[in-house]
Design a protein around this ligand. Structure first.
Ligand SMILES: O=C(O)C(=O)C[C@]1(C(=O)O)C=C[C@@H](O)C=C1
Length: 386
C-alpha cells in the first residue's frame, strides 16, 4: 500500500471517530434531561468506573492498553460532564438571547481568548468577542452593559493568585457565574530565522513574566518589554520583524501571528494551569444536580482569633473550603479582606445558616457568586481488572 492510500484510510477513520464522538455527546445531553427528570446528579462515578472497566476489557483483544483507553476516556467523560452541566445551567437560568458578548484580556491568540472560546462553545448562544487591554477595562465593559460576561484569570499554578483581579472583585457589583481551568504552555516565539543566542528583547504580559521567572533569570543582556496581553506581545514581534525580538505566549496563538517556536516549557511549574472566573451583572442559581462552589468575601476585624472563629462556622456546618486568600482593604492600612471559596451551593440549608452566622460574628460579608464547579476529577478504577 502506498503512503497516500494509507493516509486516506486514516483520514476516513478519523472522520468516523469524529462522528462517533459527536453522537456520544448528543447521547450525553439526552442523559442530562433524563437525570433532571429523575432528580439525579449529573456525575455518576460508579457508572464511569463500570464503563472504564468494560472498555479496558474490550480493548485488550484489540491491542489497546488500559492506560491509553483510560486517558482518552477521562477527556471524553470530562467533556460529557461539562456539556451536561452547561445544558442544565442554561435551562435553569435561561440564556441571554441568540448572542453573548464576552470581554477578555487581549485579542485573538491570547490565553484569555482560548479560555473564552473553550467556555462559551459549550453554550447555545453565538459568541461575540470583546478584546480588552486591562482587567479594569474588562470589568467596566460588563458593568456598563457593553459586554454580557467577562472572563478573568484569577490564579495560576506557577505565579499564584492574580491580585489585580482579586482587588477588582472587592469593588464590583458583578457576580461570579462560572469558572474554568486552562493549561498555559509558555513558548518562546519569534519571526522566521530567529536564533536563541541573538535575542535581545522579550515581550510578554507581566503575569507571564512572573510564571517564567526561573527561565528569565538564566538569561543575560535581554530587555523585558511588558505587554497588555500575549496577543499584544505577538503583534509587537510580528510588526518589528527583528530577529532579536521575541514573545512569550502559547504556540497556537503565536501561529496566528506567523511566529515560530524557539523554546517550550518555560513556566516555573511543569503543570502550568490557570483558573479563570466568568462574571456577569446578574447572579445565577446552580442546579442541585451539579456540584457548586460559592465565593464570598468577609472582613472579620482584627480581634484575636477572629479568622479562626469565622472558619469554625464553616466547619460546624460541614462546609469544605477550597481556597482562602487575603488582600489589603483600600483606605484601611493593615486591614485585610478574606476571600473564601467553598464547595457548597448558596441555596443549601447549611450554607444559608453558615452565612447568617458569619454575618453575625464578622464585620462584613458579601457573596461574590455561586457557580458550577468545573473540577471534574478523573474517576479511578478501584476494582481489579483481569
Ligand atoms: O451515564 C451517565 O450517567 C452519564 O451522564 C454519561 C457519562 C458518560 O459520558 O459516559 C457522563 C457522566 C457520568 O458521570 C457518567 C457517565
Amino acid at each position: 500500500m502506498d503512503l497516500d492510500h494509507i493516509r486516506q484510510q486514516i483520514s476516513s477513520t478519523d472522520k468516523d471517530l469524529l462522528q462517533l464522538l459527536a453522537n456520544r455527546r448528543q447521547l450525553a445531553l439526552s442523559v442530562a434531561d433524563a437525570k433532571l427528570a429523575q432528580n439525579k446528579p449529573i456525575r455518576d462515578q460508579k457508572r464511569e468506573e463500570e464503563l472504564l472497566v468494560s472498555l479496558i476489557e474490550r480493548g485488550k483483544p484489540l491491542g489497546l492498553d488500559a492506560q491509553y483507553i483510560t486517558k482518552i476516556y477521562h477527556v471524553i467523560i470530562e467533556d460529557s460532564v461539562l456539556q451536561q452541566q452547561a445544558k442544565v445551567q442554561g435551562q435553569l437560568n435561561g440564556e441571554n438571547g441568540p448572542v453573548c458578548r464576552v470581554a477578555f484580556l487581549g485579542r485573538q491568540g491570547s490565553y484569555s481568548y482560548w479560555a473564552t472560546q473553550k467556555y462559551f462553545t459549550r453554550r447555545a448562544e453565538k459568541l461575540i468577542e470583546i478584546g480588552c487591554d486591562s482587567f479594569n477595562e474588562i470589568v467596566q465593559a460588563v458593568e456598563t452593559g457593553h459586554a454580557d460576561y467577562a472572563v478573568l484569570p484569577i490564579e495560576n499554578t506557577s505565579s499564584g493568585s492574580i491580585n489585580e483581579v482579586y482587588d477588582l472583585l472587592q469593588h464590583t457589583r458583578l457576580s461570579i457565574v462560572g469558572e474554568l481551568t486552562h493549561p498555559i504552555e509558555h513558548c518562546l516565539l519569534g519571526v522566521e530565522g530567529t536564533e536563541l543566542s541573538k535575542i535581545r528583547q522579550i515581550c510578554a504580559h507581566p503575569q507571564v513574566i512572573a510564571q517564567c521567572s526561573n527561565y528569565l533569570q538564566g538569561l543575560s543582556n535581554v530587555k523585558i518589554e511588558y505587554c497588555d496581553a500575549s496577543s499584544d506581545a505577538f503583534e509587537r514581534v510580528r510588526k518589528a520583524q527583528d530577529k532579536s525580538v521575541v514573545a512569550i505566549g502559547g504556540e497556537e496563538g503565536g501561529k496566528l501571528y506567523g511566529l515560530d517556536v524557539l523554546g517550550r516549557g518555560l513556566a516555573n511549574q511543569k503543570d502550568n494551569v490557570s483558573r479563570f472566573i466568568v462574571v456577569a451583572r446578574k447572579a445565577i442559581n446552580v442546579a442541585k444536580a451539579i456540584p457548586a462552589k460559592t465565593t464570598f468575601i468577609m472582613y472579620t476585624g482584627q480581634q484575636p482569633g477572629a479568622l479562626v472563629d469565622a472558619l469554625t462556622v464553616l466547619k460546624q456546618h460541614g462546609i469544605s473550603m477550597g481556597k482562602l486568600e487575603s488582600r489589603p482593604i483600600t483606605g484601611n492600612p493593615w486591614e485585610e479582606m478574606f476571600y473564601v471559596d467553598v464547595f457548597a451551593n448558596l441555596d443549601d440549608y447549611a450554607m444559608t445558616r453558615a452565612l447568617d452566622e458569619l454575618n453575625r460574628i464578622t464585620r462584613f460579608v458579601k457573596v461574590l457568586g455561586c457557580y458550577p464547579s468545573e473540577d471534574v476529577s478523573p474517576t479511578l478504577i478501584t476494582q481489579q481488572t483481569s
